[in-house]
Design a protein. Sequence first.
Length: 80
Amino acid sequence: STIETCNSCNCLDDGWIDRHRRDSPDKPMLFTENEGWFQPWGEAVAIRTTADVAYSVAEWFAGGGAYHAYYMWHGGNNYG
């Protein structure tokens, strides 16, 4: 009885919503990671514009999404 969540930059592009509706029609659609991605040491920084993030969130809710985590919109790092 776990709930599958989307962990991608755009859940519509990769077909996640269609799979979720087919496999878990009685469970809410949750988007837990969207703002960016991890950066492996020494690789180029992944950059997304504010407009790209905002558009993907709008698409998400327009497609029936129930939740979106905004926890990393401010940025962050882990140099530890």
